[in-house]
Design a protein around this ligand. Structure first.
Ligand code: GLC
Ligand code: CA
Length: 559
């Protein structure tokens, strides 16, 4: 019966014209905003230098005060922490440095009490090589867990497949003289989803957390769950470095290792599991590739609920680039789907630093992010403009720079990029006291951002013109006006440095203007309605838009 209702809910959404649904009928995730917490760096409640779950609990009021609605927490499960939690050795246990099971239960219940939704990170593709399943699986060819991972015999790697981090993804294990497949790093062996037992267990792990009250999942490298079952070689490519449009890299196409049909079909099975629950659950897949390919993971509302769109991370600070992106997102994620808006995360260069640490530009781009249809994702610390830090190669804790070596680390730095993900994971800057108020201990696990004396939550809360208060204003406006989070995109136009978007929702209209230029711009607004400034720059004027200013006009009654 449950299943029947959940299926009919999906079909209902599919066949009902989106704009006739009032927001009250739409599941919560259509209009939510997500804040990503990297638990190790957020708040350390016991002074060991490592952020923890109780630390997050004690900062829930802060998150709520921002006007955020959903919390996503990067993994805090048992793990040898070689990839800081993305290498799991027990999916149901909490790593001791993050706290106890009770802390986790408390986090879920306290978040809910405050009206926040909470999303966990589910790493389905691989485990740690120290997971008991892998220890068993690698122990002998006859072990019952052998088939839980992808093993092949032979003198040479079974295919030419490259890992996502370069080099062959096949790792040789001398115990059984066999190769195992690892999409990411050698200590992260891929699970075998062609084995029904493994798949069922992973779906049960999803159920376990959903039953505990979690509202959904962020799905780690979800487009890598399946590989070609015929083990065909990948074709070659000219690409060394992947782009957001094209995941081919290291001179190889990912034809048989990413975005396989199996992974897309699995997304429906996972959705079915989420549909078993009476309250709507939410999922967002970390997938890579062209928008028209990755939207297949959403299977028209029958698959996972949404996918990350990482193109925003590489979009130039130009009206045309953003205009095109918004059109592309809209046309590839028509209802019942919706786009996502990502500007930073724990793997990428900090958002403000990608804009040359220019706070005015950041104000404009965050205004863009928070005034689009779909779900925005804010990475902790972006609301105070935390910057990318620069660390020496020998200081790196992240396994990626260690794998690539010093030369690549330096080359990346020269190119304005970073291989060391520690540099975007520094402790949250709460105030100007010791350790930026992150920890009372001797040594935070990573060095602090150098500017924490001037750039911290405590100071930014007081100063009305701060980035933090800008985020609060935007999030409030977004909550109060469905036309911003849900409204249809009617028209997107750009001319020089000016971007203009027309939206509509339930008979209402809105016009959004963004000025990417250094000079003023003339704009034309219809009579009446109400204007809201979207940036700390400029006034609500009817005819002029200042440099880097954004406004929205909504045809509503002026109170
Ligand atoms: C994802 C995570 C990243 C992790 C990798 C392997 O890309 O975001 O942090 O290292 O998957 O799990
Ligand atoms: Ca895989």
């Amino acid at each position: 019966m449950k299943n029947f209702f959940s299926k009919s809910r999906g079909l209902f959404l599919l066949f009902t014209s989106f704009s006739f649904l009032s927001a009250a009928q739409l599941p919560w995730y259509y209009k939510t905003t997500v804040y990503q917490v990297y638990p190790r760096s957020f708040y350390d409640s016991n002074g060991d230098g490592i952020g923890d779950l109780y630390g997050i609990v004690s900062k829930l009021d802060y998150i709520k005060s921002l006007g955020i609605e959903t919390l996503w927490i990067s993994p805090f499960f048992s793990s040898p922490q070689e990839d800081f939690g993305y290498d799991i050795s027990d999916y149901k246990k909490i790593a001791p440095e993050y706290g106890l099971e009770e802390d986790c239960d408390l986090l879920i219940s306290e978040a809910h009490k405050k009206g926040l939704r909470i999303v966990f990170d589910l790493v389905m593709n691989h485990t740690s090589n120290q997971h008991p399943w892998f220890i068993e699986s690698s122990s002998s060819e006859n072990n019952p867990k052998r088939n839980w991972y992808i093993w092949k015999k032979g003198k040479r790697p079974p295919t030419n497949w490259k890992s996502m981090t370069g080099g062959s993804g096949w790792q040789y294990d001398t115990k059984t003289n066999s190769w195992y497949w690892a999409t990411f790093l050698p200590f992260q062996p891929d699970l075998n989803y062609n084995n029904p037992e493994t798949k069922a267990e992973m779906l049960n792990i999803a159920r376990y957390w959903l039953q505990k009250g979690v509202d959904g999942f962020r799905l780690d490298i979800f487009n890598c769950l399946y590989e070609d079952s015929l083990f065909r070689d990948n074709p070659s490519s000219w690409r060394m470095v992947p782009s957001e449009q094209n995941t081919d890299a290291f001179f190889q196409k990912n034809t048989f290792t990413q975005n396989q049909n199996g992974s897309m079909l699995f997304s429906k099975e996972l959705r079915e599991v989420m549909n078993e629950f009476p309250e709507p659950k939410y999922s967002v897949g970390e997938v890579f590739g062209r928008a028209d390919i990755i939207n297949k993971f959403c299977a028209n509302g029958q698959g996972i609920h949404s996918v990350f769109m990482f193109k925003t991370l590489h979009t130039k600070f130009k009206a045309k680039a953003w205009g095109k992106l918004i059109l592309e997102a809209d046309s590839n994620f028509k209802s019942p789907l919706f786009p996502t808006w990502v500007l930073s995360n724990h793997d990428k260069k900090r958002f403000i630093s990608r804009l040359g640490n220019n706070e005015k530009k950041m104000q404009l781009v965050s205004a863009l992010q928070l005034t689009q249809r779909g779900v925005p994702f804010i990475y902790y610390g972006d609301e105070i403009g935390m910057k990318q830090q620069h660390f020496l190669f020998k200081q790196a804790l992240d396994p990626i720079p260690k794998k690539f070596g010093k030369f690549a680390h330096v080359l990346a730095r020269i190119a304005g990029e970073s291989l060391n993900r520690d540099e975007c994971r520094t402790p949250m800057q709460w105030d100007d006291t010791k350790n930026a108020g992150f920890s009372t201990g001797m040594h935070p696990w990573l060095p602090l951002g150098k500017d924490y004396m001037q750039r911290n939550v405590k100071d930014f809360e007081i100063y009305p013109g701060s980035l933090l208060n800008h985020y609060k204003r935007l999030l409030k406006l977004r909550r109060e006006h469905e036309i911003i989070s849900l409204g249809n995109v009617e028209k997107v136009e750009w001319k020089g440095t000016l971007l203009k978007i027309a939206r509509s929702w339930n008979g209402k209209k809105a016009l959004l203007f963004y000025n990417f230029g250094k000079g003023k711009k003339k704009i034309k607004l219809p009579g009446g309605g109400k204007i809201y400034n979207l940036t700390p720059i400029g006034q609500e004027e009817r005819q002029t838009l200042h440099s880097f200013q954004a406004i929205v006009w909504i045809d509503e009654e002026v109170n």
